[in-house]
Design a binder for this molecule. Structure first.
Ligand SMILES: [Zn+2]
Length: 94
């Protein structure tokens, strides 16, 4: 399942950073959300992505943040807390 999430996220740029047609690998619903969190000057950060229906997701660390993608700056803890739910992380090789 982890690889299905990765595969899905590699399609973000092709979809103009919209996840509205993404299907959740866990529950099959079209309720995927993502937000990059990182440094706006270096464009490096991490990428959490999750499903609003089943609350599963993954987090990828050390990613380059593309222009045009949704992002929150490091340190905006209130915004991070209000945007990213406490989802259950899907791990590799489960
Ligand atoms: Zn789901």
């Amino acid at each position: 399942m982890f690889n299905d999430w990765l595969k899905m996220l590699t399609k973000l740029s092709r979809n103009n950073y919209s996840t509205k047609d993404f299907v959740c690998p866990e529950c099959g619903q079209k309720s995927i959300e993502y937000i990059y969190v990182g440094d706006p000057s270096t464009r490096v950060g991490y990428l959490p992505a999750w499903c609003r229906s089943c609350n599963n997701g993954i987090q990828i660390s050390r990613v380059e943040i593309p222009q045009g993608a949704k992002m929150i700056k490091f340190g905006e803890s209130e915004r991070i807390k209000n945007t990213i739910p406490n989802f259950k992380q899907v791990v590799p090789y489960e």
